[in-house]
Design a protein around this ligand. Structure first.
Ligand code: HH2
Length: 281
């Protein structure tokens, strides 16, 4: 692996890129729903993502795609129970993608080190204090509304400014709950209550988020906006767009990239970084 959690938390300063591989243990995720619902298949996929160069494996057991229904915490835990402890044995950092403290607690007990909360601590007031007590790192993501309704006419006057202000206020909330700023990561939430122009403005505006002083994570992987631009209805055929979006965010200073296609995204980042480094050579 070679990348530690401390390296990742310092990446806002060092600029070092990291890839977060996606492992959805769900029957209904938008691009890989059902593929890794079987625990054995999920563990095999995690092994593959690590071999492909994932620095982090982000395990989710509740789809947050537009229109999705909530999954009770007990069912989320039932889904990850046979998977997460096995993934934690691998040479990788485990992240739990949940908004519920019961699920985060189970995951942290089983070896996770990062809580990836797409509600940035708003869904469950106990999740940030839990992360603080456990010394976990936290991803604070921007979302307008809730997954069930978030794509129904989202509106912003200044999307980058509003997302930045939201993330600043959630960083303050995390700090108030006891999570040091040095253990926080922010994410503009590509596709979460955003239309195409909003997603494009945010990918272009990553540089306005990096000055919050914590690493910026982006998750454009296979998302709908790529299909809207390129006419790629098949979610499995959005790799080119995913890479383009990651590289645009990389140019703005993002350092953590949440992706399904780990090997290809890691290769693209490595080449883009090498070209940038050659400028100074
Ligand atoms: N996107 C998804 C889920 N979790 N977490 C962060 N921090 N950032 C993201 O952009 C993000 C996320 C949605 O993608 P996916 O997990 O592939 O689908 P689903 O929610 O349908 O399981």
């Amino acid at each position: 692996m070679g990348t530690s959690l401390e390296d990742i938390l310092a990446s806002g300063r060092t600029g070092r890129a990291a890839v977060m591989g996606i492992l959805n243990v769900t029957p209904d995720s938008f691009s890989d729903g059902g593929e890794f619902f079987d625990p054995a298949a999920a563990v095999v996929h995690a092994l593959r993502l690590v071999a492909e160069g994932a620095d982090i494996i982000d395990i989710g057991s509740e789809s947050t795609r537009p229109g999705s229904e909530r999954v009770p915490p007990a069912e989320q835990i039932r889904r990850i129970e046979p998977v997460l402890p096995e993934v934690a044995k691998l040479d990788t950092i485990v992240s739990i993608d949940t908004t519920r403290h019961e699920v985060a607690e189970f995951a942290l007990d089983a070896g996770a080190a990062i809580v990836n909360d797409v509600s940035a601590g708003r869904d469950d007031p106990e999740i940030l204090p839990l992360a603080a007590a456990r010394g976990a790192a936290v991803v604070l993501m921007h979302m307008l509304g809730q997954p069930k309704t978030m794509q129904q006419a989202p509106h912003y006057d200044d999307v980058v400014g509003e997302v930045r202000a939201f993330l600043a206020s959630r960083l303050a909330a995390a700090e108030a709950a006891g999570v040091p700023r040095g253990r926080c990561i922010v994410d503009p939430g590509i596709g979460f209550g955003k239309l195409l122009p909003h997603n494009l403005a945010l990918l272009l505006g990553v540089g306005s988020l990096t000055d919050l002083g914590v690493p910026v994570l982006v998750g454009p992987s296979r998302k709908r906006f790529i299909g809207e631009i390129a006419g790629a209805d098949d979610v499995g055929r959005r790799l080119g767009g995913t890479i383009a979006a990651c590289l645009a965010a990389r140019a703005g200073g993002a350092t953590i990239f949440r992706a399904h296609d780990v090997a290809d995204v890691a290769q693209a980042l490595a080449v883009a970084d090498a070209i940038r480094a050659a400028r100074g050579a």
